[in-house]
Design a protein around this ligand. Sequence first.
Ligand code: MN3
Length: 207
Amino acid sequence: MPESLKTSYQLPELPYALNALEPVISAEIMDLHYNKHHKGYVTNLNTALEKYHEAETKGDIPAMVALQSAIKFNGGGHINHSIFWSILAPVSKNVSQGPHGDLAKMIDRDFGSYQAFKEKFNSLTIGIQGSGWGWLGFNKGQKRLEVTTCSNQDPLSTQGLVPLFGVDVWEHAYYLQYKNVRKDYVEAIWQILNWRQIEERFAKAVL
Ligand code: MN3
C-alpha cells in the first residue's frame, strides 16, 4: 500500500490537565479514560483500517465486511471521546452556566425551557441500559434539536443528527468515583460543560 494511503488517527491533545475537571471527574478517571480507553480506540481503529485497506487492495470483500464492526466501534469511540473532551472545561472557567444566543433560543423552543431540556437529557441518559452515550444533537433536515441516546460507541451520525454534546455513561467514565450511582455523575457533569464550545458546534451545525 502506498504510504500516502496509510490512515493513522491520533489521540487529540486534551485541552486541560488530567486533574483540571476535579472534583467532578477525578484525575485517576481522566488518566485511564483518556490515556487507556480513548488511546485504545485510536490504536484499534488504525489497525482495523490498515487491514481494511489491505483487504480492499486484494478485493477481499468478505474480509472487508468482517472488519466493519471493528471500524464502527473503534471509529465511534474515537469520534465520541474527541467530542467529549472538547465540550468539557474546568469549573473555574465559568462556562457551564448554560447556552446563550441562538442555541439558548432553540433549546427554549424545542424543549420548553433550559430546565426542561436538562431534565429530559438527564433522565434519558441515566436510563441507558448497559453502556452508551446521551446526546444533544441537531437535526439538519428539520432544523431542530433532539435529545437521544446511543448504545455502545455508535456515533450520533448513525441517527442522522449532528452531535452538539454527549455524555459518556460507560462505567469506565464514572465508576471509580461514583460507583454504581450513574445519576450523581450525570447530574454533576453539568458543572463542567463548556457551553462556549457547544455554541460553536451549534453555529457550525446550522450552516
Ligand atoms: Mn469512554
